[in-house]
Write a protein that binds this ligand. Structure first.
Ligand code: CP
Length: 306
């Protein structure tokens, strides 16, 4: 059903389609040989106009594990974008070489624009501070796999909720699950954008806001930590003032439920102390691995291999 479809934001896929992807990812995790050669002969173009470790490499690993091949660039300086080529022309060209395109770009709306000029499916790997839908697939699969459900949970989003595109995408996707409550924990300068609040209000999702993590950590089932997005700040002074506003420590974890899980899209800078890594509730490195399984499921589906 997903064959030939682009993924620009989480709402592009129905709940039924998302459930199908998660079931497929779980099958792949349980049996690594499943779908192993299903994309043989297919090519994925990975166009990264911004830095990435997890998204780019997990997409490439996913494609290679499915038996397909990858081409692309990891920074725009090595492409003709550096000579002034428009995104539309780049996409028209690359879509004549590859069977699917995964793209990260600093401009909000770039993925949607690319999908309009592409003859093959476009997967948004992050467009500025807007959306990061495959991180959302990763996050939902992690919660489902470890907590057993994505329903009736209290999720705390903590950190840079203004520029953090993973937060915007995940809040959007979680609003479709029954019984979910959200608490947004941020300094006043980095609160979640109004359009997200309006969307949640319209969907009648119970939401709260807090400035101090310690005040609300005991209520949470899932704590979603985020990095302060230095690359989106207009001046360095503001970044320096806000960058260490939240640091999750072992002491703070003592105030959390025994079964609360800590997610982070990564990369982390200072916002989670290394001492937390050994806490079994810290699942962010497992989360990064789930990202590869769900991207395998996505690529196999979009390329018509299942
Ligand atoms: N989570 C995430 O997008 O990580 P990268 O920036 O390393 O791809």
């Amino acid at each position: 059903m997903l064959k030939g479809r682009s993924l620009i934001e989480p709402g592009n896929f129905s709940q039924e389609e998302l459930e199908g992807l998660f079931s497929l990812a779980e099958k792949i995790e349980d049996d690594p040989s499943y779908l192993r050669e299903s994309c043989r002969g297919k090519l994925l173009a990975a166009l990264f106009f911004e830095p990435s470790t997890r998204t780019r490499l997990s997409f490439e690993a996913a494609m290679l594990r499915l038996g397909g091949s990858c081409l692309g660039f990891a920074e725009p300086g090595s492409s003709s974008a550096a000579k002034g080529e428009s995104l539309a022309d780049t996409i028209r060209t690359v879509s004549s070489y590859a069977d699917a395109i995964v793209m990260r770009n600093p401009k909000e709306g770039a993925a949607l624009l690319a999908s309009r000029f592409s003859s093959v499916p476009v997967i948004n790997a992050g467009d500025g501070g807007h959306h990061h839908p495959t991180q959302t697939l990763t996050d939902l699969l992690t919660i489902r796999r470890i907590r057993g459900t994505t329903e009736n949970l209290i999720i705390g989003f903590c950190g840079d909720l203004k520029f953090g595109r993973t937060v915007h995408s995940l809040a959007n996707a979680l609003s479709r699950y029954p019984g979910v409550r959200m608490i947004f924990i941020s300094p006043p300068e980095l609160t979640v954008p109004e359009y997200i609040k309006e969307m949640l209000n319209k969907e009648k999702i119970p939401c709260g806001e807090a400035e101090r993590l310690e005040e609300v950590i005991s209520e949470l089932d899932v704590l979603y930590m985020t990095r302060v997005q230095r690359e989106r700040f207009f001046n360095e002074e503001d970044y320096i003032r806000l960058k260490d506003f939240y640091i999750l420590t072992a002491e703070k974890m003592q105030g959390a439920k025994k079964d609360m899980i800590v997610l982070h899209p990564l990369p982390r800078v200072n916002e989670i102390a290394a001492e937390v890594d050994s806490d079994e509730r810290a699942v962010y490195f497992r989360q990064a691995k789930y990202g590869m399984y769900v991207r395998m499921a996505l690529l196999a589906s979009v390329l018509g291999a299942v």
